[in-house]
Design a protein around this ligand. Structure first.
Ligand SMILES: [Zn+2]
Length: 224
């Protein structure tokens, strides 16, 4: 502490301290470094509700963990199902991602959708399934007819509030994702999804990943 006779701090020092505190609060740290960005392709998958789990795998059964996902608490399950599309074409080994959800949902890449006979699958944020097509789902113990819930998931970025403050974005905003490399491209409509437990992470489907050559490069950047 400064002594009583020497307690006046000059304006520049005050500004420096305020800036330091503000930057640390916003998660930038003293060097203003961007948080590390992980971009991943999500293969087609299903989220299952308790009621459908009971029918597909048997009453009271639980999902079992095959592999934890990058986002804390989420995992690829050992359990898989078969989806039957509108023209009786099927995809088997459709993996379930855990934990269970309030409503069942199937996320397909557009190529998967066309193969199954969905000619115009809507692009939706996960969980927003009102008015979307349904499908028949076959499990080892039973069959469920989903009335709705088949979507192409919109490309999105998960982040926590500190990371959102760093980028200056809020829930529902759109960002851009630039992917470098041999067939690189920039996605202009990346939905921002903020959650306290999230780590900075873009999810795209396999069509998008193949189009931009995601596997060819580590040169990725997200911006407003
Ligand atoms: Zn995601």
């Amino acid at each position: 502490m400064a002594s009583a006779g020497n307690s006046v701090i000059d304006r520049a020092t005050v500004e420096r301290i305020v800036r330091q505190v503000a930057l640390e609060y916003l998660g930038r740290g003293s060097n203003g470094k961007a948080p590390e960005l992980v971009v991943q392709a999500s293969s087609r998958h299903m989220h299952v509700c308790r009621e459908d789990m009971d029918v597909l795998f048997g009453p009271g059964t639980e999902l079992t963990v095959q592999k934890p996902l990058f986002q804390e608490g989420f995992y690829a399950a050992n359990e898989t199902v078969t989806i039957v599309g509108p023209r009786s074409r099927i995809i088997s080994n459709l993996r379930i991602l855990g934990p269970m959800r309030k409503e069942s949902q199937v996320e397909l890449a557009f190529t998967d959708a066309i193969m199954l006979g969905f000619s115009d699958l809507p692009i939706r944020i996960s969980g927003d399934i009102k008015g979307t097509p349904g499908a028949v789902i076959v499990g080892p113990k039973g069959v469920v007819e989903l009335k709705q819930g088949v979507i192409r998931a919109a490309i999105h970025v998960h982040m926590n509030p500190k990371e959102a403050a760093y980028f200056g974005v809020k829930q529902g905003d759109m960002m851009k994702l630039r992917v470098g490399g041999a067939s690189g491209l920039t996605f202009n409509k990346v939905h921002v999804r903020i959650d306290a437990g999230s780590k900075l992470n873009v999810h795209m489907d396999t069509d998008e990943a193949n189009a931009c050559g995601l596997h060819l490069t580590k040169d990725v950047e997200i911006f407003k």
